[in-house]
Design a protein around this ligand. Structure first.
Ligand code: ATP
Ligand code: MG
Length: 307
């Protein structure tokens, strides 16, 4: 079992048509035909959208994505049109709402990995490959790879696992030319972001991008969409504690995952039961991690940003 513990009702705003409730974002269309993307404070773990929100999380993800879009704009165009709040929207949408170009989304999660961990490590231990790509002997949890790799995955519905797919499979699905463009752009953007993060004391171990096509008079153009380089879409590790050969501490949902797996939560991941409400202390520590990642990367103070 997985999915939403409690599926939220979409907010009704005059002039906006609700399109989709994602794990974290709610999508609407405005009267101009633009996409209105609202990042909620929802958090997911182990394929469940938890019944507890992390206050300000959606704002942190939105502001961090905006900052990154700006850092990357010479490499790839992005989907943001404006941050203007739609007329009649709830005040709570401020800071978490983006007006975006509606794109023809590519149904591939474009993952770049510069370091070995997670599902990549499991496969490596088994076969010395990650997503079928051969890697040298002697790597361990947290090792930097000889060069970053493109490890695409299919996009699963809410409650399902994304599944790694080979590059050849992507080429079959989207065509050889688009597959090559996705791989090149993913690796270029990763390399830029990795270097920026490294200067700020963060190891960008891996990250996931979503792209879509915009039609222009000159033809279809690849555009970077969704959220980018946030703690939800990436693994960020504190660089001063990076030490291959063990699980790295990280700026993400690790606190939540650890608590859910601890006896204290009383939850059995293998059971059919939905996960429980998070204790206040876990909520606060998680919120602090998201804010810390934002502040370290952007060099801005969160309280000044939002007051
Ligand atoms: N410019 C865009 N045009 C069309 N769809 C977009 C655009 N940007 C993002 N999306 C889509 O908006 C949705 C955002 O919802 P959300 O981030 O909650 O994602 P999800 O896919 O349900 O979960 P997860 O991010 O955990 O995989 C995604 O389905 C994404 O593909
Ligand atoms: Mg998403």
């Amino acid at each position: 079992m997985s999915g939403f513990v409690e599926k939220p009702e979409p907010v009704q705003v005059p002039g906006l048509t609700h399109l989709h409730t994602g794990k974290v974002r709610d999508l609407y269309r405005n009267e101009a035909g633009e996409l209105v993307m609202v990042a909620s404070d929802r958090i997911s773990a182990f394929d469940w959208v938890l019944p507890t929100e992390i206050p300000d999380k959606g704002r942190v993800l939105t502001q961090l994505s905006l900052w990154w879009f700006d850092q990357l704009s010479d490499l790839v165009p992005h989907h943001v049109i404006s941050t203007e709040l739609p007329a009649g929207a709830p005040a709570d949408w401020a800071g978490r709402t983006l007006i975006c170009k509606p794109l023809d989304m590519v149904a591939v999660e474009c993952v770049a990995r510069g370091y070995l961990t997670g599902s990549g490590l499991l496969e490596y231990n088994d076969s010395r490959t990650v997503c079928g790509l051969a890697l040298p002997e002697g790597l361990s949890d947290g090792s930097e790879l000889p060069a970053p790799i493109f490890t695409p995955a299919t996009k699963a519905a809410v409650g399902d696992h994304d599944e790694n797919v080979s590059y050849e499979e992507v080429a079959r699905q989207v065509g050889a030319e688009t597959a090559a463009l996705l791989r090149r752009t993913t690796l270029d953007v990763y390399a830029r972001a990795r270097d920026i993060a490294r200067e700020r004391g963060i190891v960008l171990a891996d990250t996931k991008f979503e792209f879509g096509f915009e039609s222009t008079p000159e033809g279809a153009r690849l555009v970077l969409a969704d959220e980018v380089l946030t703690p939800d879409s990436s693994r960020f590790w504190p660089a001063d504690q990076w030490q291959p050969g063990r699980t790295q501490p990280s700026y993400d949902k690790q606190i939540v995952r650890n608590w859910l797996l601890s006896p204290e939560s009383g939850w059995d991941r293998a059971s059919e039961q939905p996960p429980p409400v998070l204790p206040q202390e876990v909520v606060e520590r998680t919120r602090a991690k998201y804010l810390e990642a934002y502040e370290l990367l952007t060099g801005k103070s969160w309280s000044q940003e939002t007051r």
